[in-house]
Design a protein around this ligand. Structure first.
Ligand code: UD1
Ligand code: UDP
Length: 374
């Protein structure tokens, strides 16, 4: 069986690493193709999980536009797809790599598996362009791996055939639980000592719709929170998208108890999350990880495709709004009953066994397909 797994960004690599391993455990010869939409962030994860890399399109350019990524990925992949016999292409999530890879596979009539299918806000610009990327991929996908029952219901409501869908849990939780259970000693002194004297708040922001004023409000609120509370410190790994640094530089440079850092490697990052008091983020993956670690999370967005943690009471949508961020974070610092009500260790997004379910299902379906052709 010739199954291609295509990944372009950090979260795709983290969430596909368990799938690649599970396929290999089932004896499949997986071909891993990087688009290189991300460079440093992607390479960090490849190293952390010792993933094999067979092809690397290496397309990233500084300040790349969506159309740059899309056209480069399609042109490169179609070259391969026109020459190779491939049984299935697996893509993940909702990035531009995901959409461009799925379209390329579709052009060559290669079956498409979509891991993390069915997430929706039904708001076409939030998140942008991810909401439309994932809808289009689900429309052309053949095997749709929905992380939750809610995601499956979204697909059914769009009249997608039920036999294409399997509820698996999110493979990001497979990766998280594996890493979080490891004994780990920080190599960097700063990461080792952080959170020992003060309560630690981890902040990340990178969504395109938050660039500019919304991100300014987020970072202003963080600066104000730190100056009001002498017993907290904040760690902000800055996403390499230049728009993030542009806002962070305005409000967060050279301030006591505010640590700006480069993006952390995945393994230390998970262990930093473990010792945090709470998390403020607009990241999709971190919204899923926080409840599994029992950490309250304030979601820096107005809408989310991940409502499960909000319904379970471990996450609150505060948007990129100065007043709401400040007020809710302050309440979590002051009100221990409120804090405890949110700091529940629950796994609404997966039980850590999602990847083997996907591998078994995909192999079985491809065997049936082959048999029906014979
Ligand atoms: C992308 C995804 C987003 C995902 C995020 C995960 C799209 C449209 N967006 O957003 O869905 O949540 O990744 O992090 O697919 N850069 C580097 N080195 C890196 C990565 C990025 O320098 O390793 C810089 C480059 O200047 C690059 C810019 O960041 O041009 C933007 O990268 P891009 O992949 O276009 O968008 P992200 O904001 O990272
Ligand atoms: N992450 C990481 N280092 C960091 C910040 C995040 O390893 O400094 C991990 C995080 O644990 C999660 C993933 O990156 O698994 C989320 O990626 P990101 O927020 O970039 O993208 P999204 O999930 O929003 O698409």
């Amino acid at each position: 069986m010739n199954i291609w797994v295509i990944i372009g960004t950090r979260p795709e690599a983290i969430k596909m690493a368990p799938v690649i391993k599970s396929l290999q455990n089932e004896g499949v010869d997986v071909t891993v193709c990087l688009t290189g939409q991300h460079r440093e962030l992607l390479d960090q994860v490849i190293r952390a999980f010792s993933l094999p890399v067979h092809y690397d399109l290496n397309i990233m350019s500084p300040g790349q536009k969506l159309e740059d990524i899309t056209t480069r990925v399609i042109t490169n992949l179609c070259n391969f797809f026109s020459n190779e016999k491939i049984d299935a292409v697996l893509v993940h999530g909702d990035t531009t790599t995901t959409l461009a890879s799925a379209i390329s596979a579709y052009y060559y009539k290669i079956p498409i598996g979509h891991v993390e299918a069915g997430l929706r806000t039904y708001d076409k610009y939030r998140p942008f362009p991810e909401e439309i990327n994932r809808r289009l991929v689900d429309a052309i996908g053949d095997f749709l791996y929905a992380p939750t029952q809610r995601a499956k219901e979204n697909l059914l409501s769009e009249h997608i055939e039920e036999e294409k869908i399997l509820v698996t849990g999110n493979t990001g939780i497979d990766a998280l639980l594996f890493i979080a259970e490891m004994q780990y000693n920080f190599e960097e002194e700063e990461l080792e000592t952080i959170g020992k004297k003060h309560r630690l708040i981890v902040v990340t922001a990178h969504r395109r719709e938050n660039f500019g004023k919304p991100m300014d409000e987020i970072f202003m609120a963080v600066a104000e929170l730190v100056s009001r509370n002498k017993d907290i410190e904040v760690l902000i790994p800055i996403h390499p998208n230049p728009n993030v640094l542009a806002s962070a530089e305005k409000y967060l440079i050279n301030r006591e108890r505010i640590h700006l850092s480069s993006p952390l490697e995945y393994i230390p990052f998970v262990h930093i999350l473990k010792k945090s008091y709470m998390i403020l983020t607009d990241s999709g993956g971190i919204q899923e990880e926080a409840p599994s670690l029992g950490k309250p999370v304030l979601v820096l967005r107005d809408v989310t495709e991940r409502p499960e943690a909000i319904e379970a009471g471990t996450a609150i949508l505060v948007g990129p709004h100065y007043d709401r961020i400040l007020e809710t974070a302050q309440r979590l610092l002051d009100d221990s009953t409120f804090y405890k009500s949110m700091a529940n260790k629950i796994n609404p997004y997966g039980d850590g066994k999602s990847a083997p379910r996907i591998a078994k299902h995909l192999i079985e379906r491809l065997k049936v397909k082959t048999r029906s052709k014979e």
